[in-house]
Every structure is written in C-alpha cells, then in structure tokens.
Design a protein around this ligand. Structure first.
Ligand code: GDP
Ligand code: MG
Length: 163
C-alpha cells in the first residue's frame, strides 16, 4: 500500500527542503541559488502512518530545448509520469507566477493526482499569495512551511485518501 510522490514546482520554492523534511535526512541539496537540484533524488518518506517513496525533482523549467534547463524539464516530466501523486509547490510569499501557471497546466494534463502546497507560509506570511493558488484550478492551496514543519498534518490529510 505504498505510493510514489513527486515534489514538483519551479526553482527555489522549497522542494528540496520539503523532501528533506519528509525523508528526515539531508539527502537533497538545499541552496539559495535557484535550480541547484540537478537530478531526481529518491528517498523513503514517512508522514504519520504513511510510508512512501518521494522524488525531489529539478525545478520545472519553461524551456524546451537541449539546454540543461530543457533536460531538467524532461527529468521532471519523467518524475510526474512515474509518480502516483504530485505535490506541486508554489511560494506563498511570491504568489502565483507565470511559471506556476504554465506548469499547473502540464500537471493538469499529465499527473494522476495533484496536491497543491503554498510554502514559506510560516506564521501569517503569504496568506494572500497562498489564496492566489486557488486560481490554478488544482484545489485548495495548503499553507505550509517546509523549513519550520508547519502544515504537515494538512499534507497528511490530503495524501491519506489517495494512498
Ligand atoms: P527548491 O529549489 O525548490 O528545491 O528550493 P530549496 O529547498 O532549495 O529552498 C530554496 C530557498 O527557500 C532556501 O533558501 C530555503 O532555505 C528557503 N525555504 C525553503 N522552505 C522555506 C520555508 O518554509 N520558509 C522560508 N521562509 N524559506 C524556505
Ligand atoms: Mg531543490
């Protein structure tokens, strides 16, 4: 009764930080520089009574060519195709960007299930930005803080019925 969860989203929204929190080890590289995670990383995650495989993807990039970004994008699409569930992360402080909209479109067409999380929402930060997430048409944007461990129960409640 296990499943695979791919964490996807544009660079620098906190995907690797969330991956590390779910896996409980610092396997993924976290950096201030966007796009630091180059390849897919896999780990065994636990959240409450859920056990699953989690994939930390390269940031989705809006470039379709043979550049590094194009390669990262294809890697991410592979993660989306392999995953049972995609956890789509946006930045609550930045609100919804054009890149988020572009990739929400890909996820709506490609992913089996999508859970939307608005990260960096510790305390009362990013309330407006998180609400913008409704416009993506992927359901309720869960306000989380990967860095501070907030909102993990909401992720659990969203994943549990899909597991
Ligand atoms: P990725 O490119 O999507 O994998 O993002 P990272 O996990 O590498 O994080 C990018 C930056 O956002 C780093 O400086 C993190 O410390 C920061 N960050 C990640 N999660 C949070 C959070 O919940 N709150 C805040 N304030 N910053 C965060
Ligand atoms: Mg990363």
């Amino acid at each position: 009764m296990s499943f695979t969860l791919a964490i996807v989203g544009r660079p620098n929204v906190g995907k690797s930080t969330l991956f590390n929190r779910l896996v409980g080890k610092r396997l993924a590289l976290v950096d201030d520089q966007p796009g630091v995670t180059r390849d897919l990383r896999e780990g065994d995650a636990r959240l409450g009574d859920l056990r699953f495989v989690v994939i930390d993807s390269a940031g989705l990039e809006m470039v379709e060519d043979d550049s590094l970004q194009g390669r990262m994008r294809r890697l991410t699409e592979r993660a989306v195709d392999e995953a049972d569930i995609c956890l789509f992360v946006i930045d609550a402080r930045a609100g919804v960007t054009a890149a988020d909209e572009y990739f929400a479109d890909i996820l709506r067409r490609r992913a089996r299930h999508v859970v939307l999380a608005a990260n960096k929402a510790e305390g009362h930060a990013g309330e407006a930005g998180a609400s913008e997430g409704w416009s993506l048409g992927l359901g309720e944007p869960l306000r989380i803080s990967a860095e501070h461990g907030e909102g993990m129960e909401d992720i659990y409640r969203a994943l549990k019925p899909l597991a």
